[in-house]
Design a protein around this ligand. Structure first.
Ligand code: SGN
Ligand code: CA
Length: 535
């Protein structure tokens, strides 16, 4: 086993003091456990059966929770891919790591990051898969990334020499092959390691593996109870452009594969480019499958509510297929870790870059601080030979993606720099419940104006289930269309966030408390937004 030779339990070590003098700093205190961090794109807990059995079964993902822990209050700091990745890598909120949105940024790779700190502590690090931070990855001994959002079919990879090449196959399967090959090398090297395996699944436009095209076709997915939300009292929710019902938001070809050569959409070209990557044999199978559905669809001439429901079922089916291949691959990876013995000294983490709407509020996509996209799945399995008791079952403390960096650093026995804003989850993983654990979380989303038109907003959510959100005007915005609105929710009585309590009589005390908490967090995290808005 790697790492084991470095582990000298104090009780067994007669020459304890003299050993201390010769051991490298990071190993004096503890063994350096490996980390396998797996992150999907846009996978949400409504589609993970250990969180929610309504729609699908994900037996392999559930295995991690069964053998380890499930975080039931897990959230992101900014519900969007690039920003979420930057928060994870730095342990800092977006305004501190500088990557606030996908569209106008380039991640400053010269800043302190957790992978760099792990390297300093003697770890070998690698990232395989989606990067999405524009600049070249730093802090990794090895990287093989996909450009931008990447492609599902016969995908392009960018390697460390700056060159790109195409590989044959379905991206999710290829990523697991690459991960296993890299892990194999690390095991032989005997050095501690951290692998960041970043999937494209289950990102739009949900192109399934060819062998799973027919999967879920006999399933009618349950409609969320707020599928027909009228957004009453919530201006930002009214203004968004992520409606399943809208054929410009969710297109008939790119999104739900009902391609009609006579009726191109704004995304037809992108769609044809993606499926154009298939080999001719697979393309024929793909076309035969979706063309017959599309012919039937056109013959039915659906409109209005019936069309909305049809689109929802198509979206759910394709998303579930993409997820199925991913869940299979998690099984393959876990089997490898078990068989190779790496499970003994490796922490396995599974999460997503944010949650997603599966028809709730009538939506797809994310961005909002509402529960479905603010929360993210998070399950972890500690090394089976961990040298202290470990937690099992549910962890209920509020955690956020800025906490991963300090967690991995503590697990590596590396110092956690003071400017890291997250808090190590290791005590929770060891079954402790620190009395001073945070009672609220801060959130800030910046990408507006942009695709899906979700207004900029920040907010606070408390452990006792209250939320306050401020949707504010963006700097460049025309004042006549800008909004400056507050929303307040009691998640205990209104878990779907349908009833905006802001300004309602009888809620003054709660509002005061939440405003105070929000101010406290903005001060603590040093977010300058309030001063900027006053200017
Ligand atoms: C793409 C998608 C959007 C999605 C963003 C961000 N459009 O732009 O639907 O919200 O990515 O997603 S698409 O036409 O290119 O599919 S993120 O997860 O990467 O942040
Ligand atoms: Ca994402």
């Amino acid at each position: 086993m790697p790492n084991k030779s470095k582990f000298i339990p104090y009780s067994m070590n007669k020459n304890f003091l003299s050993t201390l003098a010769i051991l490298p700093l990071a190993t004096q205190a503890q063994q350096q456990w490996n980390v396998v961090y797996i992150m999907t794109d846009d996978h949400t807990s409504q589609m993970m059966s250990c969180y929610d059995k309504t729609h699908v079964s994900t037996p392999n993902l559930d295995r991690i929770a069964r053998d380890g822990v499930r975080f039931v209050n897990s959230y992101v700091a900014n519900s969007l891919s690039g920003p979420s990745r930057a928060c994870m890598l730095t342990g800092k909120h977006s305004h501190k790591n500088g990557f606030t949105n996908n569209e106008h940024g380039i991640f400053d790779g010269s800043q302190q990051t957790m992978p760099k700190l792990l390297q300093k502590a003697g770890y070998t690090t690698a990232i395989i898969g989606k990067w999405h931070l524009v600049s070249t990855p730093t802090g990794f001994d090895h990287f093989e990334i996909i450009p931008g959002q990447g492609e599902y079919y016969n995908p392009t990879f960018i390697t460390q020499d700056g060159k790109s090449h195409i590989e044959k196959g379905y991206l999710t399967n290829i990523l697991t092959d690459k991960a296993i090959a890299w892990l194999d090398q690390q095991q032989k090297s005997g050095k501690p390691f951290a692998l960041f395996l970043h999937e494209k699944a289950c990102h739009r436009d949900w192109l399934p593996e060819i062998k799973y095209l027919r999967e879920y076709e006999d399933v009618t997915f349950k409609l969320p109870d707020n599928f027909d939300d009228d957004y009453n009292g919530r201006q930002a929710a009214k203004d968004q452009e992520m409606n399943i019902a809208s054929n410009t938001d969710m297109t008939l070809d790119y999104d739900i594969k009902m391609f009609d050569p006579a009726k191109p959409t704004r995304l037809t070209e992108t769609y044809l480019n993606y499926i154009g990557r298939l080999d001719s044999r697979d393309r024929a199978i793909y076309d035969a499958f979706y063309d017959s559905l599309a012919i039937d669809f056109r013959s039915r001439n659906l409109s209005g509510r019936a069309l909305k429901e049809f689109k929802y079922q198509r979206f759910m089916r394709d998303y579930a297929k993409v997820l199925k291949t991913f869940d299979d691959n998690i099984g393959r990876l876990l089997d490898y870790l078990d068989k190779s013995g790496l499970s003994e000294n490796t922490l396995v983490v599974y999460t997503s870059d944010q949650g997603f709407y599966m028809g709730e509020h009538g939506w797809f996509d994310k961005r909002f601080m509402y529960q479905e996209s603010f929360s993210t799945p998070l399950v972890m399995r500690m090394p089976t030979k961990y040298n202290k008791p470990v937690a099992k079952g549910d962890i209920t403390e509020m955690v956020q993606n800025i906490d991963y960096a300090p967690t991995f650093l503590e697990l590596a026995g590396a110092p956690i720099p003071n400017d890291i804003q997250g808090r190590s989850l290791l005590p929770l993983l060891e079954g402790q419940h620190p009395k001073d654990w945070r009672q609220s979380l801060y959130y800030h989303y910046y990408e507006y104006p942009a695709e899906h038109s979700v207004r900029r907003h920040y907010g606070v959510c408390t452990a006792d289930g209250w939320k306050l959100i401020h949707f504010y005007p963006s700097p460049s915005e025309n004042p006549t269309t800008a909004i400056d609105e507050w929303e307040m929710y009691d998640l205990n009585s209104d878990p779907r966030e349908m009833n905006n309590l802001y300004g309602k009589p009888g809620t003054e005390k709660q509002l005061k408390r939440l405003q105070k908490e929000l101010q406290k967090l903005q001060l603590q995290y040093d977010d300058p937004i309030e001063q900027q808005l006053k200017k």
